[in-house]
Design a protein around this ligand. Sequence first.
Ligand code: SAH
Length: 245
Amino acid sequence: MTGSLVVIGTGPGRAELMTPATAAAIARATDLVGYGPYLARVPSQPGQCRHASDNRVELDRARHALSLAAAGRQVVVVSGGDPGVFAMAAAVFEAVEDGEPAWQDLDIRVEPGVTAMLAAAAEVGAPLGGDFCAISLSDNLKAWSTVERRLAAAAEADFVIALYNPASRARPHQLGRAFERLRVVKAAATPVLFVRAAGTPEVTVLATTLAEADPARADMRTLVIVGASRTRRIGRWVYTPRSER
Ligand code: SAH
């Protein structure tokens, strides 16, 4: 049988936020490959092989998945959220680019998923109603100077900014440095949202301002949204109007 590889995202964590197309791809799989905690979100099926791995070995995991597909298996690579947003889809194509020529002819598909930024925005209203961008604060795969340059440019352009990977035990100081960089350009009263476990029953929201934002409030399950100049609060909601009026 010809193998295949589908890269999926589980959504932010609640089963209803996984798309039906993603669930169908999982149901057809013979092999699931992914980071342990994301694999744990996928209900187990008899006869399915699970290949759990550590978070830091994305390329090895991608190569493993490709070699299973080349051997005729129906492989699903599991990410959280959307697989194309700071996740496994890009790692799969990087592995294809540098890997065996035959991998380029494999049946590879990417299924879209609900990314954290969308789930977090929905928890608080419509903060992404105007132009926005997403920046990962992780410097595992890029230099911190690149992160700072992009933060400065995004602030200058008055984007709403969604910050993925705002903190981890290995990198406790980066969010504080990011806020410092943004304070140079953005107003002190700019709304800042810490949304933890968005789209799950454990969700918590902290709405504050750029002047008062405490980096210690973020962890690895938190998405931080920094408003644009027009982002505002109405009662318990935060939104960015679409019009410039
Ligand atoms: N592919 C994922 C993102 C992976 S990067 C996606 O599309 O959502 C991991 C980062 O995503 C976390 O550090 C956190 O900033 C964010 N994140 C993932 N799930 C989240 C959730 N349920 N609530 C808030 N942030 C989340």
